[in-house]
Design a protein around this ligand. Structure first.
Ligand SMILES: Cc1ncc(COP(=O)(O)O)c(C=O)c1O
Length: 425
């Protein structure tokens, strides 16, 4: 590459493979994308948003507040409403007082939860440090790890979350090689995981926290649990699962990230996170340098959506809608995929993860991917969702299928086309 004077950090950024997929779907509108992680377009809350904006701009006082700069930490009312909502979700009761783990003073509002994931990595990781993460994981997060020059260790997944025995084995191995002090956190996408759809059982979160604590003394610093709850609100089946913040000692070791993108308006990109107080101070200093605050107007909008009940009503609508779309995708898979393709029904979120027989490659360069393209359909190849980890080869026989963005007829057609591509491979 021509020397244009880039920093070491910038030289570590490759073009994300997903940009190529996104570009392709824009350039070829005939292609059905089961790849894009977009939310359902038709149910975006246009009316609600217009009414709320009218309210905000209906008085000079609230209009001016919303159009003025805010603080790096975020709007106090939004933080309080978010804390109350989270504590309610975790305990099933309307809180009389906000418990330590949820105090708004430990909360930072960000431009999407994506910004917070970046800030956390920036606050905690130097090149050569280690992050433990699920195998497979959210592929955009892998971009952050590459950028920061961080090493990743993948922890095997089971239908109810990470394999704790494997986690212990990896921790043991890192203790033996003298690398414990390089481990900074375990990253879990704990609800309807992107990409596998798996939800982590609460008991597993407790056990993981306990394990991390056991190794902390030798590490010489806290090993955090970073819980990314991006899809939590989109549950349409199964039981509600508390977050790790509800664990004993959760307030000291859990970094929780959440978002209003998926359950309300993805274009507004209002995210948030709760974390130990000391860490939140550093994250705030970093955010101060990035943008010194998330859009005040969009925060006021989100706070009013929560306060007015519009948010709760919208989430209820979305849950029904995604439940229906997941069934459309499920039925099409049953009809068009061969029996040796393994997949599970979604209980929430936006994805179905399909496992082909191991001999059948699904990567970008595979025959299957090319056949799918020839039939005008794309998916996210599973290989993109695995970190570089010298301890195992990168699996290359899976697909992430999103029922979020495409309309129902396109979902049916897309799966039918993909079924053809699989049969031809
Ligand atoms: C697992 C996960 N975490 C975080 C995000 C970031 O979402 P946002 O920045 O819109 O909150 C996404 C977006 O797709 C995601 O899938």
């Amino acid at each position: 590459m021509k020397n244009i004077g880039l920093s070491e950090l910038a030289r570590r950024i490759g073009e994300p493979s997903i940009s190529w997929l996104m570009k392709l779907t824009l350039e070829r509108p005939e292609v059905i994308s089961l790849a894009a992680g977009f939310t359902d377009n038709e149910s975006l809350p246009v009316e609600d948003t217009r009414e709320l904006l009218d309210e905000i701009l209906g008085s000079k006082k609230s209009g001016r507040t919303a159009l003025q700069y805010g603080t790096s930490m975020g709007d106090p009312i939004l933080r309080e409403l978010t804390a109350l909502h989270l504590q309610f979700e975790d305990t099933g009761r309307s809180p009389k007082r906000i418990a330590d783990a949820y105090t708004p003073g430990r909360m930072v509002v960000t431009n999407g939860s994506q910004q917070l994931l970046y800030l956390i990595a920036e606050a905690l990781c130097d090149p050569g440090d280690i992050i433990l993460l699920e195998d497979p994981t959210y592929f955009v997060f892998l971009g952050i790890t590459a950028l920061r020059g961080v090493r990743c260790r993948g922890i095997r997944m089971m239908p109810d979350g990470i394999d704790l025995e494997h986690l212990e084995r990896v921790l043991d191995e890192l203790a033996r090689s003298g690398d414990l002090r390089r481990i900074k956190f375990l990253y879990l996408v704990s609800y309807f995981q992107n990409p596998s759809g798996v939800t982590t059982r609460f008991e597993k979160k407790l056990a993981a926290l306990e394990l991390l604590r056991r190794y902390e003394r030798k590490a010489g610093h806290p090993i955090y649990l970073l819980e990314d709850a991006a899809y939590r609100e989109l549950r349409f089946a199964g039981e509600s699962v508390p977050s790790a913040l509800a664990a004993p000692g959760g307030a000291e070791r859990v970094i929780y990230t959440g978002t209003y993108s998926k359950p309300f308006a993805s274009g507004s990109r209002v995210g948030f996170g709760l974390m130990p107080e000391e860490l939140s101070k550093t994250v705030l200093r970093l955010k101060g340098n990035h943008d010194f605050g998330t859009s005040n107007l969009l925060q006021q909008l989100t706070a009013r959506a929560l306060h007015s009940g519009k948010y709760a009503r919208h989430v209820a609508v979305l849950r029904k809608r995604y439940a229906r779309k997941s069934v459309v995708m499920r039925d099409a898979i049953r009809e068009h995929f061969p029996d040796d393709v393994d997949w599970s029904e979604a209980e929430g979120g936006l994805y179905i993860w399909a496992r082909l027989p191991r001999r059948m490659k699904s990567g970008m360069k595979s025959r299957l991917f090319q056949r799918a393209l020839a039939h005008d359909v794309v998916y996210v190849p599973g290989e993109l969702c695995y970190a570089e980890d010298a301890a195992r080869p990168r699996p290359n026989h899976e697909m992430r299928l999103s029922f979020g963005g495409a309309v129902e007829t396109a979902l049916r057609q897309g799966i039918e086309r993909l079924g053809k591509a699989i049969h031809e491979t």
